[in-house]
Design a protein around this ligand. Structure first.
Ligand code: BES
Ligand code: MN
Ligand code: ZN
Length: 490
């Protein structure tokens, strides 16, 4: 799918073909609304009409609020009055999304950008437009949007060239992650998902190793093999590497890649099971993150690990009561085959700790329903023993327009992981399901546990409706946060 064409233009350059002009308005000093200053003002006559109209339609200037002033037979043929709120990146992200949503019938739009918008804010505007224009092309039920070009009129286009390139890279990577999670699991088995990851990133200099079941068995990846054992479509482990010359830090990103989660023998009820095609949202996000890292040529070493498996009930499925031997030798007693995400992640975390010498080890996973109960659908749960790492990641999420909230790794609950027959059990119970899942994973981070963070993004991975920069369906949650954070290391 081709990306919406967002371009920068100096005042007077590159006129919009359809004559739709977007004029930013903001809350004024008194209760009223005022035009935000722009580099290419509309005519005095039009400004006067628009000012009157603003009062009549009671425009509050709220970010993303749209009122349309049609001007039949004139140019511009439409003046669209969009609220920009306080004009920061978060506000302009909503504006970018609103520009796209309110112009699905136009082919091109000319957006007058407030002159006081800094690079970060303009980045938000671009990102909002690009992300809101996402369509899942496989679901071709909806007409393709006619909007192809958004021209941003700014005083000095060069000032924003870098942020435009950045936003395009982040959007491409987020679109990739959304495409992966939106793809039905009839198509999306582990082999397919692995091939997509290799193809999308390989073009941009990312090196890949894909382990198939034979090699996984030779090397002792017992968690991935157990979870993947019930499916006729065997598991994979994807390992991706971005290693630019001169980079010092090494970040390992691990993502849950369950291509479909039936629950296995501990089968899920049918309600909502179809949504479990998105149970590789964490994996898609870390693949998206390394894709953006490569597109932006960030000077940091990144390794991505995505254990991919389909969790199915069958004669060859793993069972409750089984003891699984993970990569490196730790064992799990399986109490619930539906707590499968942690079982595959355990292998990958253990491998990262033992073989990859990470400076930071982060995993992303649609791990628990409990996360959504705790924090809802727009805020992810973040766990880390290290305060600085937790803060850096929550700050990055906030700046990126995604949200994460730090949750406690309550020591009192560690004993719930006990097992009589293995090192830990995989379904502790007793409440705080997102917390105990994190505590389970921490065991496998081993000596890297003080450099490890876990993000449970079960709720935020999916949106039930179009909302600002999110489209209905997969959100690609995590790509933006990880890229923000990786940029702080560069
Ligand atoms: N993939 C699910 C978690 C999930 C549920 C994500 C709903 C998004 C929406 C995970 O594998 C799972 O089934 N977790 C169980 C764990 C329990 C059995 C300990 C859960 O949360 O119920
Ligand atoms: Mn499950
Ligand atoms: Zn799952």
């Amino acid at each position: 799918m081709s990306l919406l064409d967002v371009r920068l233009a100096a005042p007077g350059a590159g006129r919009a073909p359809t004559g739709v002009v977007v004029q930013p308005v903001r809350p004024g000093d008194e209760d009223g609304t005022e035009f935000a200053p722009v580099a290419e003002p509309v005519s005095d006559a039009l400004a006067a009409t628009a000012a009157t109209y603003l009062g009549e339609v009671k425009h509050a200037g709220k970010a993303g609020e749209v009122r349309v002033l049609p001007r039949p037979g004139q140019r511009p043929s439409v003046l669209q009055l969009i609220g920009v709120g306080d004009g920061d990146a978060a506000a302009l992200r909503k504006v970018g999304a609103a520009v796209v949503r309110s112009n699905s019938d136009a082919t091109g739009v000319r957006v007058l950008v407030p002159t006081d918008a800094d690079e970060d804010a303009v980045g938000g505007l671009i990102e909002g437009a690009l992300l809101a224009s996402y369509r899942f092309t496989l679901a071709s039920k909806s007409e393709p949007p006619s909007l192809r070009r958004v021209t941003l009129v700014v005083e000095d286009p060069d000032r924003y060239a870098a942020v435009l390139a950045r936003s395009v890279a982040v959007a491409k990577a987020t679109h990739f992650a959304r495409d992966m999670a939106n793809t039905p699991s009839l198509t999306k088995d582990p082999a397919w998902l692995a091939a997509q990851a290799v193809k999308a990133t390989g073009k941009h200099g990312v090196k890949a190793v894909v382990r198939e079941p034979d090699r996984l068995a030779e090397e002792g990846w017992g968690g991935i093999l157990a979870v993947g054992g019930g499916s006729a479509r065997g598991p994979r482990l994807v390992e991706l590497k971005w290693a630019p010359r001169g980079a010092k830090k090494h970040v390992v990103l691990v993502g849950k890649g369950i291509t479909f989660d039936t629950g296995g023998i501990s089968i899920k009820p049918f309600q909502g099971m179809h949504l479990m095609k998105k149970d590789m949202g964490g994996g898609a996000a870390v693949i998206g993150a390394i894709l953006a890292t490569a597109l932006l040529q960030l000077p940091v070493n990144v390794t991505v690990l995505v254990p991919m498996a389909e969790n199915m009930p069958s004669g060859s499925a793993y069972r409750p009561g089984d003891v699984v031997r993970h990569y490196g030798g730790r064992t799990s007693e399986i109490r619930n085959t539906d707590a499968e995400g942690r079982v595959v992640l355990a292998d990958a975390l253990a491998y990262a700790e033992k073989k990859l010498a990470p400076d930071v080890l982060i995993d992303l996973a649609t791990l628990t329903g409990a996360q959504t109960i705790a924090l809802g659908k727009r805020t992810a749960a973040l766990y880390a023993d290290d305060d600085a790492l937790a803060k850096a990641l929550t700050d990055a999420a906030e700046a990126a327009g995604e949200r994460a909230w730090r949750m406690p790794l309550t020591e009192d609950y560690v004993e719930k992981l006990d097992s009589d027959i293995a090192d830990v059990n995989n379904a502790p119970g007793g409440g705080a399901g997102s917390v105990t899942a994190a505590l389970y994973l921490r065991e496998f981070a081993g000596s890297a546990r003080d450099r490890w963070a876990h993000i449970d993004m079960s709720g935020p991975s999916w949106s039930d409706s179009a909302n600002d920069e999110l489209t209905k369906g997969a959100t690609g949650w995590g790509v933006r946060t990880l890229v923000r954070w990786l940029e702080t290391l560069a």
